[in-house]
Design a protein around this ligand. Structure first.
Ligand SMILES: [Zn+2]
Ligand SMILES: [Zn+2]
Length: 343
């Protein structure tokens, strides 16, 4: 009879494959929390052959999914569970026991293959099915259980988590952007900021938004620059479709909190609403405001182009509301604990 993986492991394989491919078909935060908790439940049987098989499987799985925890789920408690169980496994591993030949450790496992290997290693039947499908020899299979190999995986995963935690929750330094966005006379170069956002392949939206928010909060902004700086921050928020973590959202929310939302005006329409919802159209609208000679074309019709309509507190309030809605959308999309999103 052809060996097969137990049904619950086939389901785990399908769930984790979706996650590492970045197309989860289940709630990633809950699924990965279960994974860490199941892994932790095996720590006290590492002394048994069954426990050692499970340790191999779980270490490979935690390693393969650690990038997702570090980049896609904004949850401190998930970081804590991952780090705790990885350190628990690390304490049971003795890398000095490795007697493999050079190059015998599996390397650079493609994450989908790693997930399949990891789930397969959890139980005897899965191992047999894996051996039949991929045909590794006994020596290759033994390398998966090598404590030197597993310790390397644990160390890599713990490092990636530490770095990810800093990126998601720590203090992000964007001061290098001063050199690009502040002119010699101390003014803000709104055109340079727009050009940075326009280079969408560089993923600048998050750093431009954060730089703008910090500048706004320190008050280092001249009256004529306020609108442009605010629009750059707004675009950085609206155009970061994958969402920004609390390390960014904290400053963004603080800057938005300076806007009075409780205002009304008689304008039937504000200029920004006439720019199309594309990077290009918005870019042209802002460039025309700050460098009209170089950029005569704008999507904003002449009758809405008066500076006082641009500066209307009603428009600031409209924009702040949508930006705040985007931020709460990120929290909903990425998950995490309430206290990390209370600013
Ligand atoms: Zn080894
Ligand atoms: Zn108005």
């Amino acid at each position: 009879m052809t060996p097969t993986m137990p049904a619950e492991h086939r389901e785990l394989l399908s769930d984790l494959s979706g996650i590492v491919c970045d197309y989860p078909n289940v709630d990633p935060e809950a699924t990965l929390a279960f994974l860490a908790s199941d892994a932790s439940g095996t720590l006290d049987r590492v002394g048994t052959p069954e426990g050692r098989r499970e340790r191999t499987g779980y270490v490979i799985l935690l390693h393969a999914t650690s990038w997702y925890v570090s980049a896609r789920v904004f949850s401190k408690s998930l970081f804590a569970s991952y780090t705790e169980v990885l350190e628990g496994f690390r304490a049971t591993l003795d890398p000095a026991s490795c007697s493999c030949q050079d190059g015998a450790h599996p390397e650079d496992l493609d994450s989908e293959y790693a997930v399949e290997a990891g789930v397969s290693m959890l139980a005897e039947a899965g191992r047999a099915a894996f051996a039949e499908e991929y045909g590794p020899g006994d020596e290759e299979l033994a390398a998966f259980d090598c404590e030197g190999f597993l310790a390397e995986l644990v160390d890599q995963a713990v490092d990636a988590l530490r770095e990810g935690h800093r990126r998601l929750f720590g203090d992000i330094d964007v001061s290098h952007l001063d050199a690009r966005f502040v002119r010699d006379d101390g003014g803000i170069d709104i055109v340079a900021m727009q050009e940075a956002i326009d280079r969408s392949w560089e993923n600048n939206t998050g750093s431009v938004a954060l730089w703008s928010a910090r500048r706004w909060l320190t008050g280092q902004v001249r009256n004529e620059e306020r609108l442009g700086l605010f629009l750059c921050m707004w675009m950085g928020i609206a155009q970061t479709y994958e969402g920004l973590p609390p390390s960014y959202a904290r400053a963004l929310a603080a800057a938005l909190a300076t806007i009075d939302l409780d205002v009304s005006c008689d304008h039937p329409r504000h200029p920004w609403s006439t720019a199309e919802a594309t990077t290009r159209s918005r870019y042209l609208a802002v460039l025309h405001l700050y460098a009209p000679e170089d950029h005569p074309d704008t999507p904003v019709p002449a009758e809405l182009s008066a500076r006082e309509v641009w500066e209307c507190p009603g428009q600031y309030a409209e924009l702040a509301r949508t930006a705040l809605a985007d931020i709460s959308g990120w929290r909903h999309m990425r998950g995490g604990e309430d206290e990390d999103w209370e600013f």
